[in-house]
Design a protein around this ligand. Sequence first.
Ligand code: NTF
Length: 832
Amino acid sequence: KSASSSQQSANNPVSTIPELDLSKKAFKEAVVRHLHSTLGTDENKANNHAWFKAASAAIQELVLNRLRKTQKSHYLNDTRAVHYFSAEFLMGRLLSNNMHNFGLFETAQAALQELGVDLTDVLEEEPDMALGNGGLGRLAACYIDSLATMDYPAIGYGIHYEYGLFRQEIKNGAQIERPDNWRDYGNPWEICRPESIQEISLYGYVETKYGKKGQIQKEWHPGAIVKGLPWDIPVVGYGGKTVNVLRLWESQASGYFNWDVFNAGGYVDAERENVEAETISKVLYPNDETEAGKELRLIQQYFFSACSLKDIIRRYKRAHGDDWSRFTDQVVIQLNDTHPAIAIPELMRILVDRAELDWDSAWEICQNTFAYTNHTLLPEALEKWPARMIEKVLPRHLEIIYEINHRFLSEVEKKWPGDNLMKAKLSIIEESNEKMVRMGNLSVIGAFAVNGVAEIHSRLVKQNLFPEFDALYPGKLTNVTNGITPRRWLKACNPLLSDLISKKIGNDWPLHLSKLDDLSTLADNKTFQNAFMRVKQKNKDALAKEIKQLTGISVDTKAIFDIQIKRLHEYKRQHLNLLHILALYRRLLENPDYEMHPRVFIFGAKAAPGYALAKTIIYAINKVADKINADVRVNQKIKVVFLPNYRVSLAEKMIPAADVSQQISTAGKEASGTGNMKLALNGALTIGTLDGANIEIAEEVGDDNIFIFGNTVEQVEALTARGYNPYDYYYNNKEIKAVLDWLDSDYFTPGQPGELSPLKQSMLDGGDPYLVLADFESYSEANIRLDEAYKDKTRWAKMAILNTAKMGKFTSDRSIEDYVSKIWKLEKCGIE
Ligand code: NTF
């Protein structure tokens, strides 16, 4: 709570400005003014953190000016808007981004320099807003950036977690989790909006009543009421015109208890036991690609969905009163995965129980409001809730879900008469030992559009996940390939490359990324190649310093910088990378003259705290790193670095320095990937499988400019169908056997044999579910091709340039235009 009170002062800059003055003089004055009047310090006493606060407050003045204008313009034009519902927004830092988007970065740098302050140090003071796990949360952040940049009316809705994703420390090679206190010293961007508090209900029971016309009416008597306090984070479009908001809900006790319910049953106390109001928005679940199945998680999902719906309806009613007929003209809600899918029965409840619409009219509104994005095919990530849990927390919603399902199953009956297996498969309810509610099925049924996130993924959604739904609702299932914002992921994070590019092709590429293709004609130009590779070298030098500082490890900056950054998961196969490193180590020990260009293997990854094998893989990488880095027989050729606490701000330092991008998931498992796009955009060459967006990257850059290996989706399917046996590879490939046995010994964990055995075990007796051994040889060959290519400096430079040049497709602006034309049907609304 101290954070929120210290926050209030930063929310109220002492003076406001009538018009925007973007001069150095004005910025300097604003910073000093905030230093004095907001921070209560002065130029001599201020430390970097105070400068950060003052600089942010100075920028926030501009932001809030534009925010007011944007909101006025949207209001006057009564615009249709997209409401992006997401349990995660991985925003990272905002100061540098906001400066860039106002075109003020250089100005601010110069202004601060005159004040004797280095902007780089100031930027380092900002904690990351890490309110997300990985790809899904960062995608949401890129999308709201693009929406604002392209002047689309949009609002992001999510949870104001008190603790974001845990901070990772590495102790003796192992991951430990520490709390992420991102708001400890206040957050200069967020605006608290108590005037827009919402209240939502939980628990209790449903009463059936009869209305005046004898119709059945349902009344939910909740057992608890919780308040949602909104915090708005301004989202500044590039060019600084439109400023949209990200509205994040913080839960608070309402101080209201329903005595009525208590007296009626008395059981309520037991029912509301563990969920105290404030716990709801306390902490982000750190699971990536796994469903948590915990009551608190369900409550989080309902909490933010219900608060957001109320907020939307309040705004709609202000303009249109009780006339629901225009609701779907004004409102479209995008569900970022099934996490907010409970919004579907919640809207039905509001329309049927509260607005007293008949079911069919309500359902029509509902079905024209929601669209759903699927982000994974992994069965362990597909959300299912025990019906009993929903009944306890949201008793009326379970009834509504049953009713939706009942009506849906009669549609199924019409299409496939008498086919009960079909009904069982498509039903929202899974009739297992414990009845479960399938949120994916609910989302497909309740939405008017469903999309996957890359061509291959969307094809698999249609063919493998929801084939019958595709037959039942032709055209509903579609694709929107993911994208990334080039403002953060090139312009801001790689200033040297950005300047070089702008010098050659002009400076409007951040808004029109396909212009990068103009660089293609320079790919063979010696001078440009040299300039391009000089930039890469400088970025590598900078990362080498960072590595030294963070880990104490010295790396050769002339070595290949080979980077794998993403959440730790077996399907992403960091352990395939590790096996290959071990194979190289062994080759070098057996043959000191083994030909290879020096290479630094750099990892960044957090493991879900409960995912034991993922943690073992992190431990194994660190133990192998210790051994190799200290082994003078090989450490001029290979180094292994694990950078702790991988997060957005660390990615921004790593990506510009990468020569090689590791995208090595088992084909069919990585829905899209977005790190693959960021690395290629910054001139890294991909070594990857034909999975997710890698396929589309390969299409863009051409087969000569990417290192593809491994089994395809079809081959993976065939192999599994035949009965894949990892022992075949273990016994037939001496190198595989040797490295797996090596992991099993105590060579890497002296005195502690067996510490790394779970790894070998997962790939043998565990059945090697992600086909690591099946792809090893092909991966090893691709690495040899890569090494060959690197030896030819000219060839590599050309390939790297072409990677940057051909990434136009992957701007999130293109993704947003796809959503707009296929799904959202929005119109732009600028400010005067
Ligand atoms: C992730 N899904 C996918 O695993 C990535 O391939 C994809 O790039 C991102 O979504 C963004 O679309 C998830 O995080 C989740 F939760 F759905 F499993």
